[in-house]
Design a protein around this ligand. Structure first.
Ligand SMILES: CC(C)(COP(=O)(O)OP(=O)(O)OC[C@H]1O[C@@H](n2cnc3c(N)ncnc32)[C@H](O)[C@@H]1OP(=O)(O)O)[C@@H](O)C(=O)NCCC(=O)NCCS
Length: 142
């Protein structure tokens, strides 16, 4: 599998992949903006686009804003592998910490993050538009 910066012209394909991946796709406007700002990384497997992540970096801290794997490729280690590659790159460029928010109901995502060493560091009350709280997780990269 490869992890590559997504190009702006991947927009339509990423929107479809996101809608297919789960019940809470990212806002298309936010995705368009993230693509324009080169903050989207796509995962390709054998020439097929199987997922993507959106991240933001402020100084030496990176935040994972979104992650999606196409339904047909879920449960095969794609997210785990892609995040391993991505975190290795963050370490290489001297990033100190990675943060993320996740729905407490998203057991599959939480399983992936815990497996990679993320720890729970807090909660944001009613963070999501439907009123669900967010679990805040962090990984020290140093
Ligand atoms: C979350 C998501 C990215 C995971 O991608 P994936 O490629 O299927 O993840 P992996 O195959 O690497 O790992 C999935 C892990 O979750 C576990 N898992 C799957 N469903 C689970 C469930 N209902 N409860 C607990 N664990 C579960 C699997 O056993 C696996 O762990 P293991 O490797 O220790 O067996 C994918 O399901 C997705 O795109 N979901 C919709 C979007 C989303 O929720 N993104 C996260 C936003 S924070």
């Amino acid at each position: 599998m490869t992890l590559l910066p997504a190009r702006v012209d991947a927009f339509n394909e990423l929107v479809l992949l996101d809608a297919d991946a789960g019940p809470h796709p990212w806002s298309v406007l936010a995705l368009q903006r993230a693509l324009n700002e080169a903050r989207v990384w796509q995962f390709d497997n054998g020439g097929e686009r199987v997922g993507f992540l959106v991240a933001e970096t402020v100084l030496d801290e990176s935040t994972l804003l979104h992650l999606a794997v196409a339904k047909a490729h879920q449960g095969q280690g794609v997210a785990s592998q892609a995040l391993k590659f991505w975190l290795a790159q963050l370490r290489q460029v001297g990033q100190r910490r990675c943060l993320l928010e996740v729905r407490p109901s998203n057991a599959a995502a939480i399983a992936v993050y815990r497996k990679l060493g993320f720890a729970d560091i807090g909660q944001r009350r009613r963070y999501y538009p439907d009123g669900e709280d967010a679990l805040v997780m962090a990984l020290d990269l140093l």
